[in-house]
Design a protein around this ligand. Structure first.
Ligand code: C5P
Length: 206
């Protein structure tokens, strides 16, 4: 059983993917962490994020054990991720790991931008999770404030809009809803309500 959950930054897809995975007893992969880690490793080695070839080498050498790093959750890491994620060679370098994760013994839940379109076009259920930029900015702002990060809500909204623009307009695997994905708008839903709606949509897709 493979469940693909895509959507823009701070749409709630990560939280939903985790809960859906627990519900079905499936492993979960947050694929954004892969791109965040490539951005981190590239910067650590002094590689310019627009250097596609060098970034792809970093992606090929990525150590999966290093994904469990709180530094990957920062806004700066998200920005660096979206810069390296534009390079087709970086995406290609990360493809095999994502596919083999998805096709493990039980299947898996993967969340990202291109799971339903590129990584697992054969997924059993595909959700495209979204919310208005304002709602997403508010959620991200509260999450960051809760972690003691000093940033204004306006700055978070600006970051989200910039990332939406870059992720949706890039040539390689842009953020688009797969034709066979179902849309879940979480703008007016609590986390519990969004989770119940996600389960209903997944059950209907099976
Ligand atoms: O989901 P998250 O915000 O952690 O992703 C960080 C960035 O990584 C995104 O803005 C996007 O550019 C990139 N990404 C991607 N494809 C994925 C997951 C993330 O291009 N499957």
């Amino acid at each position: 059983m493979i469940i693909a959950i895509d959507g823009p930054a701070a749409s709630g897809k990560g939280t939903l993917a985790k809960r859906v995975a627990v519900h079905y007893g499936l492993p979960h992969l947050d694929t954004g962490l892969l791109y965040r880690a490539v951005g981190r490793d590239a910067l650590a080695r002094g590689i310019a994020l627009d250097n596609a070839e060098a970034a792809a080498e970093v992606a090929s050498a990525l150590e999966i054990a290093t994904l469990d790093d709180p530094a990957l959750r920062t806004a700066g890491a998200g920005e660096a991720a979206s810069q390296v994620a534009r390079h087709p060679a970086v995406r290609t370098a990360l493809l095999a790991y994502q596919r083999s994760f998805a096709h493990g013994e039980l299947g898996a839940v993967l969340d990202g931008r291109d799971i339903g379109t590129v990584i697992c076009p054969d997924a059993d259920a595909k959700l495209f999770v979204t919310a208005t930029p304002e709602v997403r900015a508010m959620r991200r702002f509260l999450e960051l404030a809760g972690r003691g990060v000093a940033i204004s809500e306006a700055a978070v909204l600006e970051d989200i809009r910039a990332r939406d623009e870059r992720d949706s307009t890039r040539g390689a695997a842009p953020l688009v809803q797969a034709p066979d994905a179902v849309l879940l708008d979480t703008s007016n839903l609590s986390i519990d309500a969004a989770f119940r709606a996600a389960l209903d949509l997944i059950e209907a897709a099976m």
